[in-house]
Design a protein. Structure first.
Lengths: 534, 379, 274
């Protein structure tokens, strides 16, 4: 019963919401048809007015028409008289679509079509109209983008129109943008008062205009512009610093992700796992694999990759621990060599089984794009997600090591293996679990990395040295140290990069670490304790 | 065995040195004979190509001996010896480059081709002097030696040892690789230095020069081996082992552990540099890939396979692995990395003492009381 | 202490009688002097205002429960651990806090570790050879040749530590007790002015222990010996003066009888043993 009632209700709602909109669409179509008809039939002189009417009609399709018109792709089918847009004008038969509803009408012989003629003066007319047409769009984002396009492009013909829009628009960002556009125009005309409007703007075009003005012959204008430029420069510097910091943190969090698993296997267990990078690679390939399993749903695949990547890498880690590392206990250098061998095998395995080439991993929509803080500063979303992910992983690991039974046992076994065993802790089991945990985290790092870098057989190799550096720099066996060291190194790298170049910055960071170890051989946060040898 | 009159002759009194030098010189003579006096179509004829290939193996062998000196006897696992090898190689490459003179593609009498290509106007200062052989040959020792000195000084002073040192040496060679990849460094960037013409006036493409280089490499290996054996059999060698096994104890005995480490490390780096210098004219190119961490760690596995702390084991390992590499990359190139990876794992897990360990075991089984008696005699 | 007392001090060892050419200056007082030394690891005070004076030629036993700071104290003297503050002087001329381990070792301070640390890959003979007091620079070591007098010296020590038959065996095959002896032998080769001996009799048989006691007492007088030991019987057999460490500072000092009757000491240490 209730279902019926619900259905009835839904239908009712649908009727009252959709009904009128259908009706208005009909009305619009009629009006639009009439406008197009006039455009086709009018003389060139009259067309200017018609074009203007079209652009002011507020019709969403107006832009398409104007663009088609200006490109000479607006036509009427001679027989039926319907107005169409030519989609493809190559060959004898042209593909056309209805101008009103965009429906494809298939191929029509060139001869059966009458193209609406256009000349250069009309074309420039249309260009001006196109520039402002989106200013009337319903979506404020579209309006803002349109307003941005106007910066530096305003000419006398448009001023009145823009001024009018600048007053009526209900979105402050759009209004500001339009004001900036107008001010740039006024500045170009030599109006000193425009400087004031522009002085706070971070927009590149505004800056360019000010720059031009500062070289102008009018000393008052030049001085005012120069001053405004200086204050902008100041602001830009701040923004650039913020951007560098953001990139630094983002690179840093990548390093933290890559290194934190190592901080567990190397720092806590004392096992040198040179195949750690390849575990990261496995995580990244898992993401790729999941996306192959769920084509068209990159978001879902990515989310599923988080547990899957962890599992794959953790299982690989267990296999490595059981097959090799357990036999090399207490021989760190041999462990290093053996695990390096494993890393070679894993790399070659991926090359053979998947491909020696990079695979592309799709970034889901909700992760692409960026948040714009202001004109000069925008934060890319994928990096923001990686920073967040790194912090979550770090917090999770901290919790595991500090608050769980496993963490307690791990710490017990690493501090005194014999004692821990005599207290009933299964050291072997703890070894396996710890190694699996560290490896799994490497897999997580791989999942994250797949979103910001190429996924290829060499992915891990590129991170292994950096990861070790982070662990050594932070102080072995200290997760906090790894966090601080990773973020610090990332930031330093980004600070150095602009003036030293990427390669040199990397070299400088390596040299810095080597020198740093001089001062503090045990890293930022050394583990203190009574001398182990006695 | 006679008691040691002076430390200079000490290495030659070791049985293993005598055997090693004997085998090495016989091999040199044999190859030379087979190359020169066997008719081309004979199955026993050794082609110029093979001579150069063998010369390359001998370079690797010298490099492996250098690594064994620091790893086997001092316990320092250097994952950056490729850097010293490459620096020696670059020093030689720069000399060979300057020898080309105006015979390059662009015919510039002073600038190497790649600099002309990059529109450089003048020779960078660090290229000066490399037109003189003696200067270049000194730099072959000095460049890697200085790097080892500075790096070792910093590392050993702050007591960075064990895996930390290994990782830092790896970072070192990685950083150098990145640096040498840059065109602005003035070492030919990606492509490195190549298209050499002649060395000391001899045409590098002639068979006679190739044979000469092969013999020179053999002699260098012999000298390097004797130097290492000399260090190892001296009291300093025993101190090295002491540093390796109980660093703190050695320090409390009054030895400056960091100086011992530094000395041996620098000697080893110089030997690696010589190996690199002899390698370059034989393969005809030096590029940044010699700096790659993979190459450096490969050297270590040669030594591991041959057997650490034996010196001759390093030679055996280097030749075996590189022979295998030649065969593999010819027959099935994809399998080589699998084989190499497996070698890393198998040697460390199942053959920690390497091939030399197997040999020693055999010898011990054969003559059980022989070894202690010999030791008593030396003591 | 007046100059006169200094000169007439029975313990005073004249230059020509000294076993090694140690530059230590003991004319103005004790051979080792530690004052107000503090060390803490992560907030844990391992050494707490430690004051300790060792006279030249003295045999001193240091006892104390686990964690009393005995090994840390030795680490400080030998330069392995740097204290947070305080001063440590070797004789009246050498500030040990400004020196590193090899410098301190070549000044004439020898140390035996708690866990016997010998070079297992080297023979017993070679172990002693390395410990021998000679120029330990790089070049002299590289070109060193074993002279007959060196061999004799090694032979003497081998005899003392009863390891002659094993002289050419690698030290790795020695038993725990033998390693202890070898390490003591290495100390003897160093000819130090001050011997720091950490638990010398751990793992030794009764008989070996007796010989160790004999050896250490015979060294005293010529050299200063500081022994850290847990074995009370052993301490009683050799000790003239005993220092009790507790929580990083000196709890009591005196003869064995004095300290074993000290109520504080009984409370924290001996009481538990009994």
């Amino acid at each position: 019963m209730s279902i019926f009632r619900l259905l009835a209700g839904l239908i009712f709602v649908w009727c009252i919401t959709l009904g009128p909109s259908l009706a208005t669409a009909q009305v619009q179509d009629d009006a639009a048809q009439a406008l197009l008809q006039r455009l086709v039939e009018a003389s060139n002189a009259e067309r200017t007015a018609v074009l203007k009417q079209i652009s002011e009609s507020g019709d969403e399709r107006a832009r398409g028409w104007l663009e088609a018109f200006s490109a000479g792709k607006l036509a009427t089918v001679k027989e039926s008289g319907t107005t169409v847009v030519v989609l493809n004008n190559v060959g004898r038969n042209w593909t056309v679509a209805s101008a009103l509803n965009g429906e494809e009408l298939g191929k029509v012989s060139r001869r059966a079509l009458a193209t609406v003629r256009v000349n250069n003066s009309l074309r420039s007319e249309v260009e001006g109209l196109l520039a402002v047409i989106d200013l009337t769009a319903a979506n404020p984002d579209v309006r803002l983008a349109a307003a941005r396009d106007l910066l530096g492009e305003v000419d006398g013909a448009l001023v009145a129109q823009i001024e009018q829009r600048a007053q009526v628009d209900d979105n402050s960002a759009v209004r500001d943008m339009l004001a900036t556009a107008l001010a740039i125009h006024r500045l170009e005309q030599g109006d000193v008062s425009a400087v004031e409007t522009l002085s706070g703007s971070l927009n590149a075009k505004a800056r360019a205009a000010l720059n031009n003005a500062s070289n102008s012959d009018d000393p008052a204008l030049a001085a005012a512009a120069a001053q405004a430029l200086e204050s902008i420069e100041q602001k830009l510097k701040m923004n650039r610093a913020a951007e560098t910091l953001y990139f630094g943190l983002s690179l840093g969090s990548v390093l933290v992700l890559a290194a934190i698993g190592l901080a567990i296997t190397f720092g806590v267990m004392g096992v040198i796992n040179m195949a750690h990078g390849e575990l990261i690679m496995l995580g990244a390939y898992t993401t790729w694999g999941m996306q192959q399993l769920f084509p068209g749903q990159p978001g879902l695949a990515l989310i599923l990759s988080i547990p899957a990547g962890f599992l794959v890498a953790a299982l690989a880690g267990i296999a490595i621990e059981r097959s090799v590392i357990q036999y090399l206990k207490g021989r760190p250098l041999e462990t290093l060599l053996a695990t390096f061998g494993i890393s070679l095998i894993l790399q070659q395995l991926v090359r053979t089984l998947v491909s020696p080439l990079n695979r592309s991993v799709v970034t889901p929509d909700w992760m692409s794009g960026s948040i714009m803080i202001n004109e000069a500063l925008s934060l890319t979303l994928n990096r923001l997600y990686v920073i967040g992910f790194a912090l979550v992983v770090f917090a999770g690991l901290m919790l595991i090591m500090r608050k769980t039974r496993l963490g307690l046992e791990v710490r017990a076994v690493t501090q005194n293996r014999a004692m821990a065993r005599s207290m009933g802790i299964k050291a072997t089991k703890v070894d396996i679990l710890t190694f699996a945990l560290g490896s799994g985290v490497a897999g997580l790092a791989g999942v994250a990395l797949s979103q910001i870098t190429n996924v290829g057989p060499n992915l891990g190799q590129n991170y292994i040295i950096d990861s070790f550096m982070v662990v050594v720099f932070g102080g072995v066996g200290n997760l906090w140290g790894t966090l601080v060291a990773g973020l610090t190194l990332g930031t330093i790298n980004q600070v150095l990069e602009p003036w030293a170049g990427a390669v040199l910055a990397k070299i400088m960071v390596l040299v810095m670490i080597i020198l740093f170890i001089q001062k503090r051989p045990k890293g930022l946060f050394p583990q203190k304790g009574r001398a182990a040898e006695g | 065995m006679a008691s040691s009159q002076t430390w200079l002759f000490r290495p030659f009194q070791e049985r293993s040195t005598q055997i090693f030098l004997g085998v090495l010189f016989s091999a040199l003579v044999l190859v030379t004979f087979l190359h020169l006096f066997m008719p081309q179509d004979s199955a026993l004829h050794v082609s110029a190509y093979t001579v150069t290939l063998l010369g390359k193996y001998l370079c690797y062998a010298l490099l492996a001996v250098a690594v064994d000196l620091v790893w086997g006897y001092l316990g320092i696992l250097s994952l950056g010896h490729g850097a010293f090898f490459a620096l020696g190689g670059y020093a030689m490459g720069m000399y060979l480059m300057r020898q080309i003179g105006d015979r390059g593609t662009y015919g510039d009498p002073l600038l190497p081709d790649f600099m002309v290509f990059l529109n450089w106007q003048e020779l960078p200062w660090y290229w000066l002097g490399f037109d003189m052989a003696w200067f270049a040959f000194i730099m072959v020792l000095l460049a890697p030696g200085l790097l080892a000195l500075v790096f070792g000084f910093l590392a050993f002073r702050s007591r960075v040892t064990g895996v930390y040192l290994s990782i830092i040496t790896q970072a070192l060679t990685f950083a150098l690789m990145l640096a040498f990849f840059r065109n602005e460094m003035g070492f030919g960037g990606n492509n490195g230095l190549t298209d050499f013409r002649d060395i000391l006036g001899f045409n590098l493409r002639s068979d006679a020069t190739r044979l000469g280089l092969f013999i020179a490499t053999g002699v260098a290996l012999a000298i390097g081996y004797v130097i290492c054996r000399g260090i190892v059999t001296s009291k300093l060698g025993r101190v090295s082992i002491a540093c390796r096994d109980a660093e703190a104890r050695t320090r409390f005995l009054g030895y400056r552990v960091e100086r011992v480490q530094l000395f041996v490390f620098v000697v080893s780096a110089m030997l690696a540099g010589v190996a690199g210098a002899l390698y370059v004219p034989q393969v005809g190119i030096i590029n940044p890939s010699e700096f790659s961490p993979l190459f450096s760690i490969e050297i270590v596995v040669w030594v591991a396979l041959g057997g650490r702390a034996t010196l001759y084991g390093a030679v055996i390992g280097a030749i075996l692995v590189n022979y295998a590499k030649t065969v593999f990359t010819g027959v099935m190139p994809d399998a080589w990395l699998f084989a190499l990876g497996a070698l890393f794992v198998l040697v460390t897990v199942f053959l920690p003492k390497g091939i030399a360990g197997l040999l020693q075991k055999d010898r011990k089984a054969n003559a059980n009381d022989d070894a202690p008696a010999a030791q008593e005699a030396t003591a | 202490m007046s100059m006169f007392e200094q000169l007439t001090n029975r313990e005073r060892v004249f230059e020509f009688l000294e076993p090694a050419q140690s530059p230590v200056d003991v004319r103005h007082g004790p051979i080792l002097y530690m004052e107000d030394v503090n060390v803490s690891f992560d907030g844990f005070h391992a050494i707490n205002n430690l004051n300790l004076t060792i006279d030249d030629g003295e045999l001193r036993c240091i006892i104390g429960p686990n964690g009393a700071g005995k090994t840390t104290m030795m680490d400080i003297i030998t330069g392995k651990t740097r204290p947070d503050n305080g001063s440590v002087w070797f004789g009246s001329r050498h500030n040990l806090l400004t020196m590193n381990e090899p410098e301190i070792a070549s000044l004439g301070i020898g140390r035996k570790f708690q866990k016997p640390t010998v070079f297992e890959a080297l023979t017993v003979f070679e172990n002693l050879e390395l410990a021998m007091a000679t120029n330990k620079g790089i070049w002299p070591t590289l070109t060193a040749i074993l002279k007959p007098e060196h061999r004799d010296r090694i032979g003497e020590v081998l005899e003392t530590i009863k390891l002659e038959p094993l002289c050419n065996k690698p030290a790795g095959i020695l038993s725990h007790g033998q390693k202890q002896w070898l390490e003591i032998g290495m100390l003897l080769m160093q000819k130090p002015r001050l011997l720091l001996v950490d638990e010398p009799v751990a793992g030794m048989t009764e008989q070996e222990m007796e010989r160790t006691a004999e050896l250490l007492t015979s060294l005293a007088g010529k050299q200063s010996v500081v022994v850290v030991e847990h074995d009370m019987g052993f301490v009683r057999s050799i000790a003239r003066k005993v220092t009790v460490l507790h929580q990083g500072s000196v709890l009591a000092e005196g003869t064995m009888d004095q300290v074993s009757n000290d109520p504080e000491v009984i409370k924290v240490y001996l009481g538990e043993e009994a």
